[in-house]
Design a protein around this ligand. Structure first.
Ligand code: MN
Ligand code: MN
Length: 272
C-alpha cells in the first residue's frame, strides 16, 4: 500500500471552452481548507493531516511553435509531476484547474497501475471526440483516456447532459454511465483493483456551487456527493477535484464546498 495522500495544485485553465478562471482555484481551496471558520480540521471521520506539496508547477500556455509540432508542454509538466509523486510512493490529490488536466494525470497513473478503475463525478460525460476542433478540451479528457486504454473501467456518476454523440462514445468505450435521474449509484462504486477518483465540482447542484464554469441545474446535494464518496469500496490511489471557478463564485461559498469534498476524499483515502 502506498503512503499518505499528497495535495498538489494544478493552476491550469487553458483548455476551458467557455470561461477562464479555474487556474485561480487551487489557492482558494487551500485557503478554505485552512480557514478557522470551519470546526472540522479534516474529514468527518479522521483528523489526520495530509502532506502538502509545496512546489506547485508553473504551467505555461503553449507557444504556437509547440502547437505546430503537436506538443503540449503544459500536459507534459503535469504528467511528469504526477509520475514523480507516484514514484515516491505518494498518492497525489490534484486541485484543478479545468478538467482537461485529468488526461495527463491519468496517463501518469496508468504507467504504474495498468488495471486502473476511474470513478468520475460530473454533470457532463466529457467524452467528446473533439470539441470545437480541439481534442484536448476539458470536454474530451475521458475520450482520450479510454481510447488510449489508460483505464480498464470508467464509472461516471451524476451525468445530466449526455448528447447522442457522447452516448455513442460511452457505448464504444464500455463506459458505465449512471445518470443523475438514476441515483443513488452506491453499488457501482466498488472495484477490486486500484481506483482513481475524478471529481468535477459541477456534479453538484449550482445552488450549492455557483462557482463553476458550467452551471447545470438538477445536480447532487453536498450530502449526496459525500454519501457516494463514502460508498466507495476500493483502494484509492489518487484523485482530482476540478472545475471550481472562483470568477463565478458568490462569497467564496463554492470554495468551502470544494474544501469539504477534498477533505472527505482525503479522509476516505486515509481511513478507507
Ligand atoms: Mn468535467
Ligand atoms: Mn462538468
Amino acid at each position: 500500500m502506498t503512503g499518505l495522500p499528497t495535495i498538489l495544485g494544478i493552476p491550469f485553465d487553458g483548455q476551458s471552452s467557455y470561461l477562464r478562471g479555474t487556474a485561480e482555484a487551487p489557492m482558494k481551496i487551500r485557503d478554505a481548507m485552512n480557514c478557522d471558520a470551519g470546526d472540522l480540521e479534516f474529514s468527518e471521520r479522521t483528523l489526520a493531516n495530509p502532506r502538502v506539496s509545496q512546489n506547485e508547477p508553473t504551467i505555461e500556455h503553449p507557444s504556437s511553435s509547440d502547437v505546430l509540432q503537436g506538443r503540449y508542454p503544459a500536459f507534459e509538466v503535469i504528467e511528469d509531476r504526477i509520475a514523480r509523486l507516484i514514484d515516491q510512493d505518494q498518492r497525489p490529490v490534484s486541485l484543478g484547474g479545468d478538467h482537461s488536466i485529468t488526461y495527463p494525470i491519468v496517463k501518469a497513473f496508468a504507467q504504474k497501475y495498468p488495471e486502473l478503475t476511474v470513478f468520475h463525478f460530473d454533470a457532463h460525460p466529457d467524452l467528446y471526440d473533439e470539441f470545437e476542433g480541439n481534442r484536448l478540451s476539458h470536454a474530451c479528457p475521458f475520450a482520450r483516456i479510454m481510447e488510449s486504454g489508460l483505464a480498464k473501467r470508467l464509472v461516471q456518476v451524476g451525468i445530466r447532459t449526455a448528447t447522442g454523440h457522447q452516448r455513442e462514445q460511452a457505448k464504444k468505450f464500455g463506459v458505465e454511465m449512471v445518470e443523475m435521474r438514476s441515483l443513488p449509484a452506491h453499488g457501482k462504486l466498488m472495484a477490486s483493483g486500484p481506483v482513481y477518483i475524478s471529481f468535477d465540482m459541477d456534479v453538484l447542484d449550482p445552488a450549492f456551487v455557483p462557482g463553476v464554469s458550467h452551471r447545470e441545474p438538477g445536480g447532487m446535494t453536498v450530502r449526496e456527493a459525500i454519501a457516494h464518496l463514502l460508498a466507495v469500496e476500493a483502494q484509492i490511489v489518487g484523485a482530482d477535484v476540478v472545475e471550481y471557478n472562483p470568477v463565478q463564485d458568490i462569497d467564496g461559498m463554492t470554495a468551502i464546498v470544494a474544501a469539504k469534498i477534498v477533505k472527505e476524499i482525503l479522509g476516505k483515502m486515509i481511513v478507507g
